[in-house]
Design a protein around this ligand. Structure first.
Ligand SMILES: Cc1cc2nc3c(=O)[nH]c(=O)nc-3n(C[C@H](O)[C@H](O)[C@H](O)COP(=O)(O)O)c2cc1C
Length: 391
């Protein structure tokens, strides 16, 4: 069936209006979610529609931040060289990319640190399914496929400073080495930064970083301060999961409210705040319709806000009736390389194949989801016009 795309669009919706984020002029408000895919080589996206912002999967900024096979890194020149063509490919398509960095809340056991082959073997197995949307293998931040890889250790001031230094250096490599448009700080789902905010270390961290809200957000604020000094506020986005069911503290709402207030005061020009919406993780991701959602943080933040989690076309159209709000798609984007085009023209979407989310190093389920006929036709038409104009 051929669909008349001229008559099926919702051009008037702000979802398809351009918007400035940091230094980037995006052509619409549909963003590619960070999504770990385990396709990296041992030593080692979707930019079909111009003006799209893509956020990369989580990257390790240094040896301290963690280690799993087939997860990308950015702490040496080889990594920079490997990322450069990826960033260039995205820019060539007139899209933008922010690189997300994360830190695991423990330390890789020395026997794995020293024996990468052993690490590779542990992670060689198929990742089991995980309803949280995170790689099941990483579901417990300390173990993979049942084998414990990490030690839970006391976080001293020195450890905190080393993490910050790794993050800052990786941010510089991302922007000045790889030419990425910016970086995203990952304070999500109980991983390192989140664990501090949620007081998850108890007594097992430097006293200045536990207890009061002021202390618990100190690490995050120091980290952002260090990163923005290196690359500028406009190049930094910040991701939080204030409604996460995975690791909750009694006062997680107050903690995030306090944090967002401090972000607003200290870093009002950050590119964006990225909030994961409340969802029923254990019953398959559907969004929980309740009054509490990212817009309560938007009241405090007031700058561009990215909302992620369980969105479809209708919720995206609805949410972008608000000013300064962008909608992040994870699973739909990984299954639809031309997602912004399809949403704009209300075309049917490919369904994702969960069993291929983490198919290590394999192209299946990564680069083989089909473009729709309408996109192929329109792209060819635009290319012909361009060539005629140039000839
Ligand atoms: C395969 C997969 C990998 C993911 N990896 C990451 C990740 O590396 N970093 C992160 O912050 N979120 C990650 N997420 C969560 C997504 O960014 C997003 O929040 C989630 O998929 C919900 O959005 P959706 O309902 O549109 O899929 C991942 C999700 C999926 C499905």
């Amino acid at each position: 069936m051929t669909i008349d795309i001229e008559n099926t669009s919702s051009y008037d919706s702000k979802l398809f209006h351009s918007i400035m984020i940091g230094n980037m002029e995006l052509q619409h408000r549909i963003v590619h979610a960070p999504a770990t895919r385990l396709r990296c080589h041992e030593d080692g996206m979707r930019s079909a529609v111009p003006g799209t912002l893509l956020i990369t999967e989580s990257i390790f900024s240094g040896l301290k931040s963690g280690g799993f096979s087939n997860i990308p890194c950015l702490y040496n020149e080889q990594h920079v060289e490997a990322w450069k063509p990826i960033v260039k490919g995205i820019h060539d398509k007139k899209c933008f990319v922010f690189m997300q960095f994360w830190n695991l809340p423990g330390e890789l056991k020395p026997d794995y640190l020293e024996d990468q082959e052993r690490l590779e073997n542990v992670t060689q197995g198929e990742c089991p399914m995980d309803p949280t949307g995170l790689p099941a293998a990483l579901g417990s931040a300390y173990s993979i496929c049942g084998e414990s890889l990490y030690i839970d250790k006391y976080m001293s001031k020195l450890d905190i400073n080393e993490h910050i230094a790794e993050y800052r250096e990786a941010a510089k490599r991302a922007v000045f080495g790889c030419d990425a448009d910016g970086i995203e700080v990952h304070q999500v789902n109980g991983f390192l930064l989140d664990k501090f905010v949620l007081n998850g270390f108890g007594e097992k961290c430097d006293p200045n970083y536990r207890g009061s809200l002021e202390n618990r957000v100190r690490f995050c604020l120091e980290l952002i301060q260090s990163v923005v000094e290196a690359i500028g506020q406009e190049r930094v986005g910040y991701r939080i999961s204030p409604y996460s069911d995975i690791w909750r503290s009694k006062d997680h709402v107050e903690a995030h409210t306090y944090l967002v207030q401090r972000l607003r005061e200290n870093f009002p020009k950050l590119a964006y705040l990225h909030v994961i919406e409340p969802r029923k993780y254990w019953t398959g991701h559907e969004q929980i319709l309740q009054e509490k959602n990212s817009l309560e943080y938007q009241k405090l933040w007031k700058q561009p806000l990215l909302s992620a989690g369980g969105h479809d076309r209708d919720s995206a159209l609805q949410l972008t009736t608000q000013d300064n709000v962008l909608v992040v798609f994870g699973r739909y984007f990984l299954a639809n390389p031309d997602l912004p085009f399809r949403l704009k023209h209300n075309l049917p979407l490919n369904k994702w194949n969960r069993s291929k989310f983490y198919a290590k190093k394999r192209p299946e389920g990564y680069i083989d989801y089909p473009f729709c006929d309408e996109f192929i036709r329109e792209t060819a038409k635009a290319e012909n016009i361009k060539q005629e104009n140039e000839s």
